[in-house]
Design a protein around this ligand. Sequence first.
Ligand code: PEP
Ligand code: MN
Length: 351
Amino acid sequence: MIVTITPGAPASTATAILAAAAAAGLEARAMADGHGGTLVGVHGGLDPDLLALPGVGGIHPTHKPYMLACREHRPHAPSVVKVGDVRIGGGRPVIMAGPCVVEDHDSLLVAARAVKAAGADILRGGAFKPRTSPYAFQGLGEEGLKHLAAARAATGLPIVTEVMEPDQVELVAGYADMLQVGTRNMANFPLLRRVGQTGKPILLKRGFSATVEEWLMSAEYILAGGNPNVVLCERGIRGFDPALRFTLDLAAVPLAKELSHLPIIVDPSHATGKRSLVGRMALAGIAAGADGLIVEVHPDPDLAKCDAAQTITPAELTVITRSSRALHAVLLDAGAESSASPVLADRVLHA
Ligand code: PEP
Ligand code: MN
């Protein structure tokens, strides 16, 4: 069950509910609702008499195993996650862009300036890379993080970069504005627990063989750890057809929005593996209701050290940022967003 506590309620209310749950042998977690109130998720049911406390605004039974990530108890607004000054969720699409891997200081700076000029909001780039082959370039590690920090200082763009191991979290969090958990680590529970202990925004990519429910359960690990700042990323799942690298599961975007209050972005680069398709799939993601995109961009894509085949130019990114924002505005004006799902209808009503 979820208990909503109104803003301004005494702290003793949440404490009393957590204590009642503990006395009943039930797991429970409190989480800020992003609007000044508190949510307490109890894994099971409590006697309503125990909940007659000041500031209790509502009691919502839920049968979803992801009780903190679920949508049901957030009737007023989906979550907005802030990365620096950038707000992800509920507004214009946020564009994250940059090379697959940080290659060196100078080329990252060129890329960062180029994606900024192309309209990107956040710079991406891997310093620690999960490569299929142990012989492939594994990234520059901490040196790459330093280059990212230098690029942020030069451009003002916040940075998102991947963290692969629990023991790396502190190091990466020392440099990054947002931590990426990659598809191969979506079910790395020690890593999820560890990033749940940071206050950093987390970009949680969907495992390429994970169901939507498994993905939301991974988000739940982070929320249950005390970190409410989770952004989901649909990046393609493994299908039967080797024609493309992965299959972009577009329907998962509005579905995740119906099931969860968390923002969601789309990665058309890894989903297709093919640069000629990235622009169209980016727009498809926005049409499906995504709150943003993450796109691999390199000043000279053929020379990219990693994922060159799916990497686009800054000029192509300019078209994507412009058309994504234009499409989003048109859909909003036309009311398509509000009719597309009750979740989006809420958003429009409470904008
Ligand atoms: C990446 O963003 O560079 C990456 C490795 O993504 P994914 O985990 O989705 O493959
Ligand atoms: Mn990549």
